[in-house]
Write a protein that binds this ligand. Sequence first.
Ligand code: FE2
Ligand code: FE2
Length: 154
Amino acid sequence: MNAIELLKADHKVVAELFKKVEATTESEHPAIFAKIKAELDVHAHIEEVIFYPKLKAEGNKELIDIVLEGIEEHRQVKMFLKEIAALVDDSEKFEPKLKVLIEDVEHHVKEEENEMFPLVTDQFESDVLDELGAEMEEEKENFRESATAVATGR
Ligand SMILES: [Fe+2]
Ligand SMILES: [Fe+2]
């Protein structure tokens, strides 16, 4: 998968989890949230260490501005994820925050897919996008392994 296909596939996984939140009762939300968080953690990571830096280094001004906005949105989303993770036992706060998280992520994904990715496709050669996709795929594995290592104390 090239970079754009890979990131869009990730977005789709998260969108499915969001739908699951809507389709289930509150008691099931903490477990779904844990999956959402795991997906967003790794997705934000590969964008931040591989995808965004490449666009920032070689994209035009319009693209760089969108990337900078994206970085700020990531910061907000990550803060939210942390807050929500600490609220799983407090449904009165957990539920509304989860809703706002979903809205924020949906907004961010729309901006990436409708504004950022078309510029990327215009400004980068397809072999570069293939290469970036492979790098991100590998980094996903690394990130998951280190997350597991932390969780199990290895
Ligand atoms: Fe992003
Ligand atoms: Fe993304």
